[in-house]
Design a protein around this ligand. Structure first.
Ligand code: TRP
Length: 456
C-alpha cells in the first residue's frame, strides 16, 4: 500500500483537526454523566487512580493501534480490516472485526441518543427555572416525569439524532471537522466556567479530597473491572470509531504523539468535570454515592436549584453536556456511514440518514424501556440495560481484544514499526509487549467476569 494514499471520504485539514475530532469523540456522556456516577458509586479517588492506570496501560496502546490500522487501511473499519488482511496474507475473516464494530455502534448510539435527548431536554427545563429552590423530591419527580413519557423521550431522542445525522451527512471536512471546531472550544470554555463556579462554592475543598485522596478500603474487585470498561468507553475504543477517524489522518502525523494528546485531554476533561459536578453536590450536602445514573440529572439539578444563579449555571451545564454528547455521537455513526458510501455507492447524505434511521428505530426500544416496556426484562435488564450491557460490557472489550491480537500478533512487525514511528526502539518494544500479552489477558478477564457476573 502506497504511503500517502488518501481516503475517498476526504482528510482532516490538519493534525489539530484530527486531535479535536478524536477528543470530541472521546469526551462525551461517558466523561460527565457516566464518570460522575461511577466515581460516586465506587468511592472516589481510589477508583480514579485505577481508572487512570487503565487508561495508561490499556487505553493508550489500544488507541495507538486503532489509529494506526485506520490510517494504514484508509477505509471504513470493515473494508480497512479486509484490505489489511489481504495485504499481509491474513484471513479475510478479520473483516468481522469491522462488523462487530458496526453492530456495537448501532447498539451504543440507540441508548446514547436517548440519554443525549435527556440532556437536550434539560436545557429548556433548567432555563425555565423549574429547579430554582426546588427540593430533592421535586427535582426527582421532574426526572421521573420525563422518563414516564414515551412521547417526550422519543421527541428528544429524535432531535438528538437529527443533529447527529445533519453533521455526518455534510462530510469529513464540511461536517465533522466544522462541528468540532465550533463545539470543542465552546465545551472547554463552558467547562472552565463551571469549574470556576465550583471553586467558588463551599463544596470545593471536600470535592478535592473526594477526588484526589484515595481510600482503598472502598475498592472492590468489581471496581477494577468497571474502571477498565469505563476506560474503553471514554476513549471511544473497541468499535472502530477512532479507527475511522484515523483513516482521515495524514500519514505524516505522529500516531503516538496524537494519542498522548487525545487521551490526556479526555482524562483532564473527566477530572475537570468532576471538579464541576461534585462541589455543587457537596455544597448543599447531597450524597454522590447513592445517586446512580440519575446523578447529573437529579442530584446535580437539585444542587443547582439551591445555589446562587443556579438556573443560569444549570442551563450552561446541560448545554455543555449536550455539546459533548453530540461530538461523540457523530463518531459512533461514522463507521457505518463510511461503509455504505464505499460499498453501496450511496451519497453521504443518504447513508447518514439510513444509519440514523436504523439507530432511531432501535432507540425507541430504549425510550420505551422506562415506561411502556418497563416490564420486558432479560436477566434483570430492561431493553436499554440490555443494549448497554451487550455493547459496552461484551462487544467493546471483544473488539478491543481482536484489535490487540491483530495489531500485536498478526500485523507484521515492519508495518507496525513503520506506521507508529516511535522515536525510540524501546518505546516500540514496550507497545508491542503490552499489545501482545498484557492487553489480551486484561481484556479477556473483564469480558469473562462481565459475562459471569450478569449471566451467572
Ligand atoms: N467516548 C464517548 C463518551 O465518553 C462515547 C463514544 C463515542 C464511544 N464513540 C464511541 C464509546 C465508540 C464507545 C465506542 O461519551
Amino acid at each position: 500500500m502506497a504511503v500517502g494514499k488518501k481516503s475517498i471520504h476526504g482528510e482532516w485539514s490538519s493534525r489539530w483537526a484530527f486531535i479535536m475530532a478524536a477528543t470530541g469523540s472521546a469526551v462525551g456522556l461517558g466523561n460527565i454523566w457516566r464518570f460522575s456516577y461511577m466515581v460516586g458509586e465506587h468511592g472516589g479517588a481510589a477508583f480514579i487512580l485505577v481508572y487512570l492506570l487503565c487508561i495508561a496501560v490499556v487505553g493508550v496502546p489500544v488507541m495507538m493501534s486503532e489509529i494506526m490500522l485506520g490510517r494504514r487501511g484508509r477505509m471504513s473499519p470493515i473494508n480497512t480490516m479486509q484490505s489489511l488482511a489481504e495485504e499481509i496474507g491474513a484471513r479475510r475473516a478479520w473483516r468481522m472485526l469491522g462488523w462487530v464494530g458496526v453492530i456495537a455502534g448501532f447498539l451504543i448510539l440507540s441508548f446514547y441518543s436517548v440519554v443525549g435527548g435527556w440532556s437536550l431536554a434539560y436545557v429548556p427545563l433548567s432555563a425555565s427555572g423549574a429547579f430554582a429552590g426546588a427540593d430533592a423530591d421535586a427535582v426527582s419527580e421532574t426526572f421521573e416525569g420525563l422518563l414516564a413519557s414515551p412521547g417526550l423521550l422519543v421527541l428528544w431522542h429524535t432531535v438528538f439524532l437529527a443533529f447527529t445525522v445533519f453533521v455526518v451527512s455534510r462530510g469529513v471536512e464540511g461536517g465533522l471537522e466544522k462541528a468540532v471546531r465550533i463545539l470543542m472550544p465552546a465545551l472547554v470554555a463552558l467547562l472552565l466556567v463551571m469549574v470556576g463556579y465550583g471553586m467558588a462554592s463551599e463544596g470545593f475543598a471536600e470535592s478535592v479530597s473526594f477526588l484526589f485522596a484515595p481510600d482503598f478500603s472502598a475498592m472492590r474487585m468489581e471496581s477494577v473491572l468497571v474502571a477498565l470498561g469505563q476506560a474503553f468507553f471514554t476513549l471511544s475504543l473497541g468499535m472502530g470509531a477512532i479507527m475511522v477517524y484515523g483513516s482521515y489522518l495524514s500519514s505524516r502525523s505522529s500516531v503516538p504523539g496524537n494519542t498522548g494528546l487525545i487521551a490526556g485531554a479526555d482524562t483532564l476533561i473527566a477530572v475537570l468535570a468532576g471538579l464541576a459536578v461534585f462541589p455543587v453536590l457537596f455544597a448543599v450536602g447531597l450524597d454522590p454515592e447513592e445517586a446512580g445514573p440519575g446523578l447529573v440529572f437529579v442530584t446535580l439539578s437539585a444542587g443547582f436549584g439551591q445555589m446562587p444563579a443556579g438556573a443560569l449555571f444549570g442551563t450552561l451545564f446541560f448545554v455543555l453536556l449536550s455539546f459533548a454528547a453530540w461530538t461523540s455521537a457523530i463518531s459512533i455513526i461514522e463507521p457505518a456511514t463510511a461503509y455504505l458510501v464505499e460499498n453501496r455507492d450511496w451519497s453521504r447524505g443518504v447513508a447518514a440518514v439510513a444509519v440514523g434511521a436504523a439507530a432511531w428505530l432501535l432507540g425507541i426500544g430504549s425510550a420505551l424501556s422506562f415506561n411502556l416496556w418497563a416490564d420486558w426484562q432479560v436477566a434483570g435488564m430492561t431493553f436499554m440495560g440490555l443494549m448497554e450491557f451487550v455493547s459496552t460490557t461484551v462487544l467493546l472489550p471483544l473488539g478491543g481484544l481482536f484489535i490487540a491480537v491483530f495489531a500485536g500478533w498478526i500485523l507484521p512487525r515492519r508495518i507496525s514499526q513503520q506506521e507508529l514511528a516511535f522515536g525510540s526502539e524501546v518505546s516500540y518494544l514496550v507497545w508491542r509487549l503490552v499489545m501482545r500479552y498484557f492487553v489480551p489477558v486484561a481484556v479477556a478477564v473483564i469480558l469473562v467476569y462481565g459475562l459471569v457476573d450478569v449471566l451467572g
